[in-house]
Design a protein around this ligand. Structure first.
Ligand code: GYE
Length: 320
C-alpha cells in the first residue's frame, strides 16, 4: 500500500515537472465553504484544462496550516507559479519568503495578505472588498430613503471568516457609509464563517437577543450570500417573514441569492466575481513569458436587487 502510494506520488511529480514547454501551476485553494468558492474552483480547474496547463490543486478545508503545507509542497515540486487565496490575511511572510527564495512566483488569487513587504507576491487578482462593503451600504441608504424617507435602522451583521480580507474590508466599506448616518447602526456583529450552516446558527441567536426585540427596522447584512440564505432559513423557522419584516443584503451574487430575491425573501446582492480563471492564467502565462505584471488586478462588479433579479436569474444560473 505504502509502496503504491510512493509510486503514485513519484508519478504525480513527474507529470508536474517533466513535460517540456508545459506550464505547471500549484493552486492552494482554501476550501469549499460557499457557492462562490465552488464556482471559483470550477473556473480555476476548467480554464487550466482549456489551456493545457498542468494544474496541481489542493483544498485546505479553511485551515491555514493546510494551505501552508500545500505551498511548501508546490515549491518542492518546482511548479512555475503558485496561486494562493489566503484564508486569513496574517501569518504568511515565512512561507512567502520561502517561495521567493526558491524563485517561485506567487499570485494572490481572490484574497489579500497583510504584509509590509509586497515583493513577497507578484500580484493580487480579485475584488475590491472595501468597494463591495460600500456598494452594500449605498444600496441600503438608497433603499431606506426610498421606502421611508429617512435613513435609520438596526443592522444585524453576519461577518465572514475572522481575519479574512473580505470580512475585514467588507465591514470597513459598509461602516464607511454608515458613518454618515448616525441613526443607522450595527447592533449585532458575529462571524458565520462564510457558510450557510453557521449563518443560520448566528441568526438563530440574533432572533433571541434583546436587540432583535427592540429593533424597529431590522436589517441583515451578510458578508456573503450563503450566510444570508442560512439566516433566511432561521427566520422562516422562527415564524418571521424575511422579505416583509426585514431588509436582507448579501455579497457574491450567486444564483441562489438571485432566486431568493426573485421570491421576495431577500432584497439585494452585491456582486463578487469568482470566475477569475481566465485572468489568473493570462497572468501565469505572462509571468512565464517574462512580461511585466501589474500589482493589483480588480474584477468589475455590480449590485443586483429586486428590480432585476427575477429577469436576470436564468442568465445568472449559467454563470454561478
Ligand atoms: O465572498 C465568500 C467566500 O474570498 C471573495 O469567500 C471570497 C469570499 C466570498 O467564502 O462567499
Amino acid at each position: 500500500m505504502r509502496k503504491f502510494a510512493l509510486v503514485l506520488a513519484a508519478f504525480a511529480m513527474t507529470a508536474a515537472v517533466a513535460v517540456a514547454g508545459e506550464i505547471t501551476v500549484g493552486f492552494a485553494q482554501l476550501g469549499a465553504e460557499s457557492m462562490w468558492r465552488t464556482a471559483n474552483t470550477d473556473s480555476i480547474k476548467g480554464e487550466a484544462e482549456k489551456r493545457g496547463i498542468n494544474l496541481i490543486f489542493s483544498d485546505a478545508q479553511q485551515k491555514q496550516e493546510n494551505q501552508i503545507r500545500s505551498v511548501r509542497s508546490f515549491i518542492a515540486q518546482g511548479v512555475d507559479v503558485i496561486g494562493l487565496p489566503p484564508v486569513v490575511n496574517s501569518g504568511w511572510e515565512p512561507v512567502l519568503r520561502e517561495a521567493q527564495e526558491a524563485g517561485v512566483p506567487v499570485i494572490l488569487a481572490d484574497r489579500t495578505v497583510d504584509t509590509s513587504d509586497d515583493s513577497l507576491y507578484i500580484s493580487f487578482i480579485g475584488s475590491n472588498f472595501i468597494q463591495e462593503g460600500e456598494n452594500a451600504g449605498n444600496w441600503l441608504v438608497r433603499e431606506l430613503k426610498g421606502r421611508y424617507g429617512d435613513v435609520s435602522g438596526e443592522v444585524f451583521e453576519l461577518v465572514g471568516t475572522v481575519g479574512a480580507a473580505p470580512a475585514i474590508d467588507r465591514k470597513k466599506g459598509f461602516e464607511n457609509i454608515l458613518a454618515n448616518y448616525p441613526d443607522l447602526k450595527i447592533v449585532k456583529s458575529q462571524s458565520g464563517d462564510f457558510t450557510r450552516a453557521k449563518g443560520k446558527e448566528v441568526m438563530e441567536a440574533y432572533i433571541k437577543s434583546p436587540e432583535w426585540t427592540a429593533a424597529k427596522r431590522k436589517i441583515i447584512f451578510g458578508h456573503n450570500d450563503d450566510m444570508v440564505l442560512g439566516a433566511i432559513q432561521a427566520l422562516e423557522e422562527a415564524g418571521v417573514n424575511p422579505g416583509k419584516e426585514c431588509i436582507l443584503i448579501g455579497v457574491d451574487g450567486i444564483a441562489d441569492a438571485f432566486e431568493a430575491i426573485a421570491q421576495g425573501k431577500m432584497h439585494c446582492t452585491v456582486e463578487c466575481n469568482p470566475l477569475i480563471g481566465p485572468q489568473f492564467y493570462d497572468m501565469v502565462e505572462a509571468i512565464v513569458a517574462g512580461k511585466e505584471i501589474p500589482k493589483i488586478v480588480y474584477s468589475i462588479e455590480g449590485t443586483y436587487d429586486y428590480y432585476c433579479a427575477e429577469a436576470l436569474l436564468p442568465w445568472r444560473r449559467t454563470l454561478y
